[in-house]
Design a protein around this ligand. Sequence first.
Ligand SMILES: *Cc1c(COP(=O)(O)O)cnc(C)c1O
Length: 359
Amino acid sequence: MSYKLFIPGPIAVSEKTYKAMTTPIVGHRSKDFTAIIDNVEPRMQKLFYTQDPVYLSTSSSWGVMEGAVRNVCNKGVLNVGNGSFSDKWYDVSKRCGKNAGFLSFEWGKPIDPEALEKELSTNKYDSVTLIHNETSTGTMSNLQEVMAVVRKFEDVISIVDTVSSFSALPIKKDELGIDIMITGSQKALACPPGLSFISASKRAHDRAEKTEGRGYYFDLIEFRKNMEKSMTPSTPVIPLINALRSKLDDIDAEGLEARYARHALNNKIVREWGYGHGFKLFPEEKYGSVSLNCFENTLDVDLPALLAELKERFHMVFDGGYGKLKGKTFRISNMGDETPDTMRELLNNIDAILPQYIK
Ligand SMILES: *Cc1c(COP(=O)(O)O)cnc(C)c1O
């Protein structure tokens, strides 16, 4: 059975994008391949709002999230947590043998710049990990405020996960002073999973050169050496790079401003629908994500039963709550190719069956 994904990643992939994946494979040391990289690289830099290189990694985002820590943490890394993904980064840092600190906020609360400043002032850290958009709770922190604090600490390399917000709204890497920015193919870029992106500043590369234990697969220095020749360190997932190329064509055709406006409108439609039914947004409204809505299950809906019928009857899926919030919240993604019409179609289908599942 095929069904449409409105979960916050992976998300629905268009026929055009799938078709691009069947473009015949070329050798990854050939001119045919470097031409593909030369095509996508400047367009990815534009989406990252950066002059720094954007490396393509054949891995899910966690590959480069772990890799980033291994590249730049010598002294200590501060992992800032306010949900499932950011909490996990702390665990990953420890598993990499790093001296890791954890600054945690309640789930659904954003990163508090003041608390962050206080913790960085302890001088225990040379790197910090931040998640812009905590997908598990639909909470988006204010990167402007957070980065203004981080930039006060000259020795601290910032690593920012924009996995579920990238390209849904502008995130201006260079202007914000982000050293390392990370995203993945299967969220708002609406490509299948398996390709991720990491863009790193000169400062980050300089740090990497002095850092032991970077390994090979996610080594920034290897990435840079290869990108100088428009290549990747090892054989990349070429079908996904072809999918990305096709997606970048779509993004260019639509225009960035229109793309951002469409995401904002889709998000608003869902949020108003939720409010109309009496659902409360899980995070404080001001910090509600623009790429998904996470609602509290305030009406005590039997989510598993509703989701089962939605899938069976309408071939659509949204998410019934992440981790410890399962059943207590639900999340509807509005990332990627969705339009007001496709969002309304989902909401109308939910409305058709919702009353019978309110306990
Ligand atoms: C989806 C997601 C990830 C994990 O991505 P993978 O591609 O599964 O490794 C990390 N961070 C955030 C914020 C995400 O939404």
